[in-house]
Design a protein around this ligand. Structure first.
Ligand code: HEC
Length: 144
């Protein structure tokens, strides 16, 4: 029997929908207080990215670097209670977090050099590296 290509297309579409409706992220259990603290940090991460891109658009490179270093970078670890949080995270999740903080500090350095030849491109590439870590963690883990 030959399968009508339209029926085949509909079948494939239905099948891929069921696949994407599945949530394969690993649930990371943690006390409510910690979860709220982490999600508040997350919302600030997104706000920081917004501020950074705004500063880049305004050619305020040092300001972009300061936001990245202080709110996302290695300098933010203490204020985020990172070592406390890392204890309840799977190893790989904590490693992704650490890599995100490192990438943000690398971006801060790149942003300060944005006015050099090709500097802005490097800054954007470094910013993209930060967001790669946000996405990597989000596609692998959930807290609720
Ligand atoms: C180490 C892992 C990890 C990294 C890195 C990470 N996140 Fe998250 N983020 C999470 C998890 C887990 C959640 C909760 C998702 C869920 O349970 O559905 C979350 C939730 C969020 C939320 C929703 C907050 C809310 O109130 O529900 C935002 C916004 C967010 N992250 C932004 C970011 C941004 C921006 C970055 C990068 C600068 C980032 N995150 C990096 C793990 C991470």
């Amino acid at each position: 029997m030959r399968l009508n290509p339209w029926i085949l297309a509909v079948l494939i579409a239905l099948l891929s929908q069921t696949v994407s409706a599945q949530d394969n992220r690993q649930l990371v259990p943690m006390p409510d207080m910690m979860k709220n603290h982490m999600l508040a940090n997350m919302r600030d991460h997104l706000l920081a990215l917004e501020e950074i891109t705004r500063y880049l658009a305004n050619q305020q490179y040092d300001e972009a670097a300061d936001v990245a270093e202080n709110r996302l970078g290695m300098s933010s670890l203490e204020s985020h209670g990172a070592s406390h949080m890392a204890r309840v995270m799977p190893k790989q999740m904590a490693a992704t977090g650490t890599e995100m903080h490192r990438a943000a500090s690398r971006f801060a350095l790149a942003a300060r050099d944005a006015e050099l030849e090709g500097g802005l491109n490097k800054a954007f590439a470094a910013l993209s590296d930060v967001m790669t870590q946000c996405s990597a963690c989000h596609s692998a883990y959930r807290v609720h």
